[in-house]
Design a protein around this ligand. Structure first.
Ligand code: GLP
Length: 241
């Protein structure tokens, strides 16, 4: 595991964007796993700036998002579909048919989870997976206690996760209780993983990743079993190391 210590959120974002841009330029038909939450916003802003300035092309890139809330329509402002359009897809030349995000409003969400897993399986895992991290060590929506053998599935969100994500909703009651998420197994199929962390609220989770036992109690710790992981974190997130 390679750990890059950055000064602050801006430099974490810039370093992450430069790794992604390099892959976009050098890997024909790159498959990119994407994350949501507050952390990757700065990275997406750098990608957009780069695209506008240097015309880096996403024409042959395909994307696969980690997760989506159950019951939230793609057109809803709180959906991860909307988030991705707002921060990235509306500003780059990606083909709509190359964008993949689970459908949280599918009639049969279990079948939707299986369909999505099948998509990732068919490409043999993404080339590069971008990850954030929950304060409790979750990745995607794989909460503490989730089996490392899970593939894409319906997850029940921990109360602390719903509280952390309540800032994106008008009230805590509006935060969905479930999500469709790539499982740990799905994430581990990625050929390369890029995990970003910023702020002291992520310090405990990073301690678990870097120094803790590899345990389902701290989902992110499983990344130590993967042989191509880069962590980019700022001083505050690494303050317990
Ligand atoms: C959500 C997402 C995760 C993300 C986490 C941290 O729960 N499902 O993919 O990593 O939040 O979010 P933030 O970056 O806002 O701290």
């Amino acid at each position: 595991m390679r750990i890059i210590e950055a000064e602050n959120y801006q430099t974490v974002s810039e370093a992450a964007a430069s790794i992604i841009i390099d892959k976009v330029k050098t890997t024909p038909q790159l498959t990119l796993g994407l994350a949501t939450g507050g952390t990757p916003v700065g990275t997406y802003e750098w990608l957009v700036k780069d695209h506008q300035k240097y015309d880096t092309s996403y024409e042959h890139v395909s994307t696969y998002n980690l997760d989506e809330y159950v019951g939230i329509h793609p057109s809803d402002q709180q959906s991860y579909h909307h988030y991705m359009d707002k921060y990235l897809f509306n500003h780059i030349n990606i083909k709509r048919s190359h964008i993949h995000i689970p459908d949280g409003t599918a009639m049969d969400v279990q079948a939707e989870a299986s369909r999505y897993e099948g998509l990732i399986h068919s490409i043999n895992g993404v080339d590069l997976q971008l990850l954030g991290i929950g304060g409790n060590g979750h990745i995607g929506f794989n909460e503490p206690g989730t089996s490392f053998t899970k593939e894409t599935h319906i997850a029940t969100l921990a109360r602390s996760t719903r509280e952390a994500n309540a800032r994106f909703f008008s009230s805590m009651e509006k935060v969905p209780k479930q999500a469709i998420t790539m499982g740990i197994q799905t994430i581990l199929k990625s050929k390369e993983i890029l995990l970003l962390a910023s702020g002291e609220q992520k310090a405990g989770a990073l301690l678990g990743l870097i120094r803790g036992d590899i345990s389902e109690d701290c989902p992110v710790s499983v990344l130590r079993n993967h042989d191509h992981v880069t962590v980019i974190a700022d001083h505050a997130a690494l303050s317990l190391i």
